[in-house]
Design a protein around this ligand. Structure first.
Ligand SMILES: [Mg+2]
Length: 207
């Protein structure tokens, strides 16, 4: 997104750590569930026997439900989403969290009204990122080509999913460290940086 590019029509956001302040301590969650350090949680559970996985999924849901109830928005989250919705953009969420928790989270931070609930995909509705399946589902629903859409996220899996789907990738990293430059088309330290996008005209996202 340089000054010479039009505003993308489809905006897909990661939830935890992107629209909300990061509150998941994944190492602590792994420890509580007995998952080895460094293992992706959902993929690890998928490899377990069904009954064992079911119990751990229940505990994971409970942990994440509690976190959703305490969610706080990132600065300028509502302002960005209102800006994009007013501009006629399509808004979606693709999260490795459950859809129920995502809905609860979005309600709590006061932006649920800006989303079509059908465009909120959790781990039951789509294969977990970095799989691009959820992005492709939203693009099909919106009847948009990949180059008309953006995936915004704070983690490698968000950017890898975006790459695999062929959409533009925006890495949101308030620390400014940006550890995966090869995966990010754009890098922003605040959601306000994305508000620079002008409806129907040009985007001015700092890079
Ligand atoms: Mg995240």
């Amino acid at each position: 997104m340089t000054d010479a590019e039009p505003l993308r029509r489809g905006w897909i956001f990661d939830l935890d750590g992107t629209l909300t302040r990061p509150q998941h301590d994944f190492d602590a969650i792994r420890a509580e569930l007995g998952i080895p350090n460094g293992e992706p949680i959902l993929e690890y559970l998928a490899g377990l026997p069904v009954t064992e996985a079911a119990g751990l999924h229940q505990r994971l849901d409970a942990i994440e439900l509690e976190l959703a109830g305490a969610a706080e928005a990132q600065p300028d989250c509502a302002a960005l989403l209102e800006h994009l919705a007013t501009a006629g953009c399509m808004l979606g969420i693709l999260t490795r969290n459950s859809r129920n928790n995502a809905l609860r989270c979005l309600e709590r931070i006061g932006v649920m009204h800006l989303f079509d609930p059908a465009c909120i995909l959790g781990r039951e509705e789509a294969p977990p990122k970095p799989d691009p399946g959820g992005i492709l589902t939203l693009l099909a629903d919106w009847q948009l080509p990949p180059d008309a859409a953006v995936m915004v996220g704070d983690f490698r899996f968000d950017l890898e999913a975006g790459r695999a789907a062929g959409v533009r990738t925006v890495h949101f990293d308030p620390s400014g460290q940006f550890p995966w430059p090869a995966l990010a088309d754009h890098r922003v330290r605040s959601l306000a940086d994305l508000i620079a996008a002008k409806p129907g005209a040009r985007t001015r996202v700092r890079d």
